[in-house]
Design a binder for this molecule. Structure first.
Ligand code: BGC
Length: 715
């Protein structure tokens, strides 16, 4: 007779019972190893899969990535873990699947410009399916940091400057990654990062101090995390940043008080890469041992990469500085995640049709939709869509024929060879008889081979120029801060020289951030923010330039005129003096393009804003409506943005705050009524500096489509 399985192996028992049973069997060392996370890559010199001595089979989690054979490495590690450890507790394998795996969607900032959370959810679901096919159980995404400084390279990974919008995209991404149920075939655990405040890095530098008032923390930085947790996100990653003097990876208030006590997160919090050992560099811990103690007692469960929990926690427990109960609680969170992921039943990942497969036409269609919908037509004097009369087109600039930059940052699994360049996509689509001449003119960052004159020559012999400038992948994302948003290398010189030919120019910007255009914007006929649009960026762009798609993206960030205007964002507080008092002396104080700006090939007319009442009680409901009509000649998607302004409150409120958005595709001549059903407690309250919700009687101004109306909240 074989032994019955221990309770923790029994799928008929509730997860909590299985967790308790397993915990009861573990030694302290085994528990602490569950809180250790390290890298596993077969291209790494410390190759874990091939060098079994490099890790103990009791380690809890691994990061797979940067390796061409993720599935094999993952399963090889898992085999050691499962077969060589006493209890056979499977490891969980994580990776940075940020905007796709091999099939790359646009960068998150670009995705936010679609204003379509459902579309974003579908993109994340595709990424999850691809990641699962490589054995990845857990993605370090979505990134939901709040940032209003485009010098910070990681603005590319954010969902823009509106906490309301970022919350919607946070929840949508979590649903996309995790699917219906954790442990499902196409589901990976989501990880909200970087908790919290990392996006306020001083001066746009990375890894530095963030001074955030408690008010801003609650209003701007915390909401997208809360929304992600409400949507079911199982895990959170703590940030690198020193938050007001107490680093985010050792911050008891944010990690324990807010995350656990108030929001009830039951899954683990993982540190960012080495952020525990960095507490020493930050001056918050005297040495490694103290760093481990401070991070752990603040509420950080898993130590990514630094190894300080592994090396110091046991001594802290022996000395009574860390309680066994706290260790148990942290381990419980890790085990819970593993049970929920089904790892005990299915420790090994199996290859499927998606493993190592090139994206198929269905995936292409979704990626093209995401890329096209994220394009923002910033300016157009009528040159777009391209007219049939343009017979000789010059396609110029460093981004014209290079496909790799279209993938953006966090594209380690992307394949430039599977990604069309803009030149290829245009060639495929231009009607016979149209001549397309391609000339780079200069490189992105500047090189000895730069030759703007060659591009100018081609421009002169053309009817129209499409000029593709911007950034390559590594110029945005982590550790990619810049002091200026100006074009790098000799690109600005190229733009000016081509503009001097007098030919109409369609400027295409490929980037992970808004760029500084002030010096030449007036000379451009059209400007398209194409961002880094992913695997199908070029197809989406070409279709848009040719009028086969009608652009509908709207900016999720304010686009400044110059770098010196940073920070500039729509939800600023009003200033004390009006008129030109306090305005810049050397240029307008307004942005080049406002938040939510974006043009298309059709026009929309807004009817009068209507409210169903002029007073509403805190638990009442007020319905605002506006009829929108497509007044142009082609079908188009219109996004209706509803803002509020609270003109007098006990805590000052922003000039305007986005509270609701909705979109629809309208045929020419068609109308649709858009509604915002306002529930005061949900839509009109604001947090105080400890997160308590405040709703005050008084006037509220509602803004939509250039109109406003006011109503009162009564007692
Ligand atoms: C980044 C995280 C990422 C982690 C693991 C860190 O350097 O800040 O966003 O998830 O590395 O790769």
């Amino acid at each position: 007779m074989s032994e019955p399985p221990p309770p923790f192996r029994r799928t008929d028992l509730p997860v909590e019972l299985r967790v308790d049973d397993l915990l009861g069997r573990m030694t302290l060392e085994e528990k602490i190893d569950q809180l250790h996370q390290c890298g596993a890559s077969d291209t790494n010199p410390n190759n874990l899969a091939l060098r079994p001595d490099a890790f103990r089979p009791t380690y809890g989690s691994f990061i797979v990535g940067g390796s061409p054979a993720v599935l094999e490495v993952r399963n090889a590690c898992q085999r050691r873990v499962v077969t060589e450890s006493r209890l056979g507790i499977p490891a969980v394998f994580a990776a940075d699947v940020i905007h796709g795996y091999r099939a790359l969607a646009p960068l998150p900032l670009a995705q936010a410009c679609t204003w379509d959370p459902e579309l974003v959810r579908r993109g994340c679901a595709l990424a999850a399916a691809e990641a699962r096919a490589q054995g990845i159980d857990w993605t370090f995404a979505p990134m939901v940091d709040h940032c209003v400084d485009a010098r910070w390279g990681r603005i590319a990974e954010t969902f823009g400057e509106s906490p309301h919008a970022a919350s919607a995209f946070s929840a949508a991404s979590v649903r996309g990654f995790q699917g219906e149920q954790l442990g499902g075939r196409d589901s990976v655990a989501a990880c909200l990062k970087h908790y919290v405040g990392y996006g306020a890095s001083e001066g746009g530098r990375d890894y530095v101090y963030t001074g955030i008032s408690p008010q801003s923390l609650w209003e701007m930085h915390l909401p997208p995390f809360e929304a992600g947790i409400r949507a079911g996100a199982r895990t959170v990653m703590s940030g690198f940043n020193d938050l007001n003097g107490v680093p985010a990876s050792a911050n008891q208030y944010t990690l324990t008080e807010i995350l656990r006590r108030r929001w009830g997160l039951t899954g683990p919090v993982v540190s960012d890469w080495d952020s525990v050992v960095q507490l020493v560099n930050q001056g918050f811990a005297a040495d490694d041992a103290e760093a481990a103690e401070k991070a752990f007692t603040a509420g950080l469960d898993i130590d990514m990469s630094s190894g300080l929990y592994r090396d110091h926690l046991a001594a802290h427990v022996a000395a009574g500085r860390v309680t066994l109960a706290a260790v148990d609680e942290a381990v419980r969170r890790v085990l819970r995640l593993k049970f929920e992921l089904g790892l005990f039943e299915r420790p090994y990942a199996e290859a499927n049709a998606l493993t190592d497969a090139a994206p198929d036409p269905g995936q292409f269609a979704l990626l093209e939709e995401l890329a096209a919908r994220s394009l923002v037509l910033l300016k157009n004097d009528g040159v777009l869509p391209l007219a049939a009369s343009a017979r000789r087109i010059a396609l110029l600039g460093p981004l014209a024929a290079d496909s790799a930059p279209l993938l953006g940052c966090w594209a380690q699994y992307g394949q430039p060879a599977e990604t069309q360049s803009i030149a290829q996509a245009l060639k495929e689509r231009l009607p016979a008889g149209v001549q397309l001449r391609v000339e780079q003119g200069c490189s992105i960052q500047g090189a000895a081979s730069d030759n703007p004159a060659a591009a100018v020559e081609v421009a002169r012999e053309s009817d129209l120029v499409i000029l593709c400038v911007g950034e390559d992948g590594p110029m945005s994302g982590e550790n990619a801060s810049r002091t200026t948003l100006r074009l790098a290398g000799r690109q600005e010189e190229l733009v000016q020289a081509v503009a001097a030919t007098g030919k109409p120019i369609v400027l295409v910007l490929v980037s992970g951030r808004p760029l500084e255009l002030a010096a030449f914007e007036g000379k451009m006929s059209a400007i398209v923010a194409a961002w880094a649009g992913g695997t199908r960026a070029a197809a989406a762009l070409a279709d848009t330039l040719l009028g086969r798609r009608n652009p509908s993206g709207r900016l999720a960030v304010t686009w400044p005129r110059t770098t010196g205007q940073i920070p500039l964002y729509h939800n600023m507080r009003p200033r004390g003096r009006g008129g030109d008092q306090g305005a810049y002396r050397d240029m307008p104080t307004t942005p080049l393009y406002e938040f939510a700006h974006g043009l298309g090939y059709t026009t929309f007319g807004y009817g009068a804003l209507r409210l169903d009442r002029t007073e509403v009680k805190p638990d009442g409901r007020l319905v605002a409506e506006v009829t929108v009509t497509n007044t142009g000649a082609c079908e188009g998607v219109e996004t209706v943005f509803w803002f509020i302004r609270d003109p007098a409150a006990s805590i000052t409120r922003p000039l305007k705050e986005l509270k609701h958005f909705e979109q629809a595709s309208l045929a020419p001549g068609a109308s649709r009524v858009f509604r915002f059903a306002i529930e005061p407690r949900r839509d009109l309250s604001f947090p105080d500096d400890d997160g308590r919700s405040v709703l005050e009687p008084g006037e509220i101004i509602l803004l939509v489509g250039g109109q406003s109306a006011s109503f009162r909240v009564t007692r």
